[in-house]
Design a protein around this ligand. Structure first.
Ligand code: MG
Length: 439
């Protein structure tokens, strides 16, 4: 398999070699058959190497290429509406040695069906090279101005904030000075550097101690951080405490249900907290859960005409603007919310659960056997409604359990949420025992 839950990922010059990316370019180019393709990349050291060989494959198969250069993923996603396909070369939050490819069409990531078509051409090497007189050019373009105008124009921020921003030395740095032009900003890790010297591209708490220190020392209102390709956003309060991803989904959901002009559907993923359901219930709204990954969330938003969609990982989709997860847009929307509400009050109003995300190591070859066993037997351990969207989730009274195979690692993930830590730990033990029963 070429594509995982979020495009193609691998270590540069191990899996992702120039040969790999030229073949991928030839495969996509053959499928598009003389299309117009916009290509952008993040700041990684391998991005240029992969981009130029990929573009070569697109050109050889008769496509016209628009090279947007360094760009956040959401900017490429937004621009993809004007092209036959958009491609971002990035490994998102993965460490510096990784890179990857993600394809976009009409502002949404490629469907599994479209990915399988590229995969088939790639492995069968059915590439259709065109005659020399059909070869097209590469044009350099700049899409960042239009992207910034679109997201800034979509938010109404009536006051000035003191913000500390951590761009992970990557592409968020290109737009942050423009989107926060009316605010007092201290930026850290803002020089573009594909070695990620400031911190790893994953905006996890262990990588954000520097942001925390500057927020606390400067007396800023809040701290904001993005991942390596700026499709994810995290925020911390003025005490340097990170606001959890589930809480952020609930806060955005509340805001959109208040202002959503009657559309009462929220989309989130199978691993998200009950606190989102509690908020939705106040507005008589429905929470629809999809499998993990922004493409699944975006497609469900369109299908259900939802007002908002988000994942606890920090991907937030605002369908009133566009359909890709967008870190810079999420941070602007968050400031818009803070114009009307106090952050501590907002967080306090979201019901509290205790959530544990754990995992059990297992080989790839036994994942299916374990999941079949879990599906057959989970009913005898937990009494509740079973959802089979992605792994197995059981919604019970006051708690839920999710058991799903990791898409990227040799693990079975077990997530449990309950009203108290003690109860959550007891339930986790029972769930892990069920998984461990398979020999
Ligand atoms: Mg990302």
């Amino acid at each position: 398999m070429l594509f995982g839950t979020s495009g193609i990922r691998g270590v540069a010059n191990k899996k992702l070699t120039p040969e790999f990316s030229i073949k991928l370019g030839l495969a996509l180019g053959t499928a598009l058959n003389g299309g117009r393709v916009i290509v952008g990349n993040d700041v990684r050291l391998s991005s240029d190497m992969l981009k130029y060989s990929f573009i070569s494959g697109l050109l050889a198969t008769g496509n016209e290429v628009f090279d947007a250069g360094l760009a956040p993923t959401p900017a490429i996603a937004l621009a993809s509406k004007y092209y036959d396909t958009g491609v971002i070369i990035t490994a998102s939050h993965n460490p510096p040695e990784y890179n990857g490819f993600k394809f976009w069409k009409n502002g949404i990531g490629y469907s599994e069906h479209a990915e399988r078509k590229i995969e088939s051409l790639f492995f069968k090497k059915r590439f259709e090279l065109v005659n020399w007189n059909k070869l097209k050019k590469v044009r350099k373009i700049n899409i960042l101005g239009e992207y910034v105008d679109t997201i800034v124009g979509a938010c109404k921020i009536r006051r000035r904030f003191d913000i500390v921003v951590d761009c992970a030395n990557s592409v968020a740095s290109l737009v942050v000075p423009h989107i926060f032009i009316k605010h007092n900003v201290i930026s850290i890790n803002s020089c573009l550097d594909g070695r990620f010297p400031g911190r790893l591209p994953e905006p996890a708490s262990e990588n954000l101690f520097c942001l925390k220190g500057v927020v606390m020392d400067s007396g800023a209102d809040l701290g904001i951080a993005y991942d390596g390709d700026a499709d994810r956003f995290v925020v911390m309060n003025n005490k340097g405490e990170l606001i959890g991803g589930d809480i952020l989904v609930a806060i955005f959901s509340r805001y959109y249900l208040e202002n959503g002009r009657g559309r009462k559907v929220i989309v989130t993923t199978i691993d998200a907290s009950y606190c989102i359901d509690d908020v939705a219930r106040e507005y008589d709204a429905e929470v629809v859960r999809t499998k993990v990954g922004d493409v699944a969330v975006a497609r469900e938003i369109v299908k259900r005409d939802a007002v908002f969609g988000g994942e606890p990982s920090g991907s937030f989709i605002f369908p009133d603007v566009h359909l890709a997860p967008d870190g810079p847009l999420a941070s602007l929307k968050f400031l818009e919310i803070l114009c009307s509400w106090d952050l501590d009050e907002l967080v306090k109003e979201i019901p509290r659960y205790f959530l544990i995300r754990d995992s059990i190591k297992c080989g790839e070859e036994v994942k299916e056997k374990i999941m079949n066993y879990v599906r057959e037997n989970i009913g005898s351990v937990f009494d509740g409604d079973v959802i089979n969207v992605d792994g197995v989730r059981v919604n019970c009274k006051g708690f839920w359990v999710l058991i799903r195979p990791s898409g990227t690692e040799p693990k079975i993930r077990v997530t449990v949420e309950a009203k108290s830590e003690e109860r959550a730990r007891k339930i986790l033990k029972r769930a892990k025992k069920l998984v461990g029963e398979v020999d």
